[in-house]
Ligand binder design. Structure first.
Ligand code: R5P
Length: 268
């Protein structure tokens, strides 16, 4: 990452979130904001604790941070600041920013993250919310991660033309990092986005190797890293999975090498 010309505080925060190798590993634990007590996240603080040594950032909402996390934790916090809807009813795209800039500063967020819903009825509102969040965070040097959310349409929207469009639009609106999904021809998505792109995991896969493979492939094709949740904390051996992913992201392990590491730690 080139910090030239970047204001010191912003560069300082981003330097903790994007490591000198240009890679990053964020642990996503924000799912409860629209899914409630998701399997594996009933007690988010307890689930997070053993995983924090392996990750570069933790993505969570303020309510869960305040009520379940040790304030002495050293892992940078990426605060989820959008919400306002649920799985229970309606269109998931109907989101807005839920956290004020005062709260963001008070909770000492290293960065904030929010969802945009490009291609939905709520495209305009969520993009204006992104632009306003960037404007509100800019005076304090707080970076913004934009999520290219797809609601219930993951299958339909998992294609490079759409994701490239969505990522680029988020970057153009001022996001410092964009979170999207891995897809075929992912290099087109990464190449079209001028800021680091991280990939989410989506629902838990059948095997660990699948996850290690798409994370590896994503990085080879230009992703900076991951913002990944269910495939870690819904795994039978979350610590082993986090360590294996760290190996792929920061140590250039191949999927097979990382899988061996997963099995060694998981079976020990
Ligand atoms: C969307 O932003 C979600 O809230 C998650 O942060 C994201 O999907 C990553 O989690 P998972 O790897 O479980 O999809």
């Amino acid at each position: 990452m080139n910090w030239t010309g970047m204001e010191w505080g912003l560069a300082n925060r981003l330097s903790k979130l994007i490591k000198p190798d240009g890679r990053c590993f964020y642990l996503a634990m924000d799912h409860g904001y629209f899914q409630g007590p998701t399997h594996g996240l009933a007690r988010p603080g307890e689930a997070a604790k053993p995983l924090l040594p392996y990750v570069d950032g933790l993505f969570m909402t303020r309510g869960v941070v305040r009520s379940t996390l040790d304030p002495a934790m050293e892992t940078p916090l990426i605060l989820r600041v959008s919400g306002g809807n649920s799985m229970a009813i309606g269109d998931l795209a109907d989101e807005d920013v839920t956290v004020s800039i005062d709260e963001i500063i008070r909770i000492n967020a290293a960065a904030v993250g929010m969802s945009t819903y490009i291609g939905s009825d709520f495209q305009h509102r969520t993009l204006m919310a992104l632009a306003n969040l960037v404007n509100n965070c800019a005076p304090y040097g707080i970076p913004v991660m934009a999520v290219t959310a797809v609601g219930r349409e993951l299958k339909e929207k998992l294609e490079p033309r759409f994701l490239a469009l969505a990522c680029r639009i988020c970057a153009e609106h001022g996001a410092h990092v964009v979170k999207t999904y891995y897809c075929d021809d992912f290099e087109k998505v990464a190449a079209g986005c001028p800021v680091p792109v991280v990939i989410a995991g989506g629902p838990k896969t059948e095997t660990e190797l699948e996850v290690l493979q798409f994370v590896y492939d994503g990085i080879q094709q230009g992703a900076a890293g991951v913002n990944l949740g269910r495939n870690i904390w819904q795994n039978e051996h979350p610590v082993a999975m986090a360590r294996a992913l760290q190996g792929v992201i920061h140590e250039n392990l191949t999927p097979d090498q990382a899988h061996d590491l997963y099995l060694t730690i998981g079976n020990s």
